[in-house]
Design a binder for this molecule. Sequence first.
Ligand code: C2E
Ligand code: MG
Ligand code: MG
Length: 459
Amino acid sequence: MRDARQSRLHPAQHDALTGLAHRGCGHARLEAALARARADRSALALVMLDIERFHALNAALGHAAGDGVLQEVARRLVRETGPRDTVARFGSDEFFILLARLDSATALADADRLVARLTREVDVGGLRIPLRVRAGVALHPDHGSDAVALLRRADLALRQAKEGHSRLAVYESGHEERQLRRLGIVHALRDAVTGGQLALEYQPKLELRSRTIEQTEALLRWRHPALGATAPDEFIPLAEQTGQIEPLTRWVLGQVLQQMRAWRSCGVHVGAAVNLSALDLSAPDLPTAIAGLLGAHGVEAHDLTLEITESALMHQPDVARAGLESLHALGVRLALDDFGVGFSSLSRLRRLPVDELKIDRSFVSGLCVEGRQLRLVRSIVDLGHGLGLRVVAEGVEEIDALRVLEDMGCDAVQGYLVSLPLAPDELARMCRARHGGRRTVLRAGASSAVLGSRAAARP
Ligand code: C2E
Ligand code: MG
Ligand code: MG
C-alpha cells in the first residue's frame, strides 16, 4: 500500500514512477520545513542521495530493471522516514530527504541510519541486485538556514562522498571555498603552459653501492599569479579529470629532454624520470611523440625513465599494459611508482615490462627498528630483485632508514636526506661537485654518511 506521502500528492506534484514528490514540490516543502524549524528552534537534516552505478545498471539490465530499483529505493525511503519527513525524487537516480528533528545530532544520526538501511540487495524480477548509495548531508541550523544554500551544501557533500567512496559525507565549512579554488585551478590550468607559469625541479636518486647520482626525477612546479604555488598532488588529479593532462605531460617531456641535452653539453651526464598519468598511457601517439623528442634532442632512450604509479596501472590494467609495452619497445626505462599501495597482483606484476620498482614513501618513513614494517620493506626489495628489477626507496629522510635499506640490498634512495628537489642548475652543481670528487652536503643534517662512501660513514 502506498504511504500518504506518496499518494496524496496532486499528479503535477509527484513523480509518476515512484509516487514521490518531485523536485519543485521538494523545494516548496524545504522552504516550509525551514520556516517551521526556525520558529520552534528545531533542526533539519537535508540528505541528497544518489544510487551508485545506476546508469551502468540501466545499460546492463535495461530500463525496466532500473525502474524497479528506483521504485524499491522510494519504498524503502518512505518506510524508513516519519510523517513529518519529506522524501522527493530530484533527478533520474537522485533523491532528496528532509528529516525534521529536535536537534542536529539526532537529525544526523537518523540520516546516517536511514542511508545504512538502504544498502541491501534489491529483488528485480527475481534477480538480486546489490544496491549501494552515496549521500551528502547539510544541517539546519549548523550549515545554513536558507534553502538554496542548504541544497548547494548537501550537493557538495554528496560530491565529497562520491569522490571519497564513502557512504555518507557531511558538509564541512570550507567546502565551497575548496570548490571555488578547484574551479579556479581548472580554469587557470588552460593557460599554465602558454603563460610560462610551469617549471621543473629535479630530485636526485642516490645509488647506494657507488654513492653516485645517475638518475633524477623531474617534478612539476606551478606558480600562478593569483592562486600562488599549487602542489602537483592538487592540480594533477584535476588536470586528469578535465582532460588537460596530455598537454602538461608533453610539455614536461619536451623540457626534460631539452634539459638533459643542456646538462650533457656542460659535462653532466645524468638520466631523468618523467611521471606519466594513466590517461597518457592510452594516448596512441605517445610513443611516436617520445621517439621524436629523443631524436630531436639527441638523448639516448635508456636515459629517460617513465614513472607510472601502481594504482594508475590498476585502473585499466590491459590498456595500461599495452601502453607500457609500446613505450618499452622504444628502449626507455619504466618505473612502477608508489609501489605497495596499489594492490597489484603478483601475476600481473610479473607480466609488466618494468625495469624499476619505487617503494612508496609511506613504507619508508620511520623505517629503522626491526618489526613488521622492516620485514615488509625487505620482502618488497626481495620481490623486486626476484623479478629482476632495480629497487628504489622513496621519501628517505633519516640516515637510519638509509642504512637499513642499504643492508637490505636496495639499489638507490630518493628523499630529503639526500636532497630536496632542485632547480636544474643546482642539480648540475651537485652532480659536478660529487663526480668531481668533492663531498657535497646540501641539506643541514646530511653528513658524509649519506653522500660519502659506506666505509667513510662507518668507522
Ligand atoms: P611522486 O612521483 O611519487 O614524487 C615524489 C614526491 O615525494 C614529490 O612530491 C617529492 O617532492 C616528494 N618527496 C621527495 N622526497 C621526500 C621526502 O623525503 N619526504 C617527503 N615527505 N616527500 C618527499 P611532489 O613534487 O609534491 O609531487 C607529488 C606527486 O605529484 C608525484 O609523486 C607525482 O605522482 C605527481 N607529479 C609530480 N610531477 C608530475 C608530472 O610532471 N606529471 C605527473 N603526471 N605527475 C606529477
Ligand atoms: Mg614519481
Ligand atoms: Mg612516488
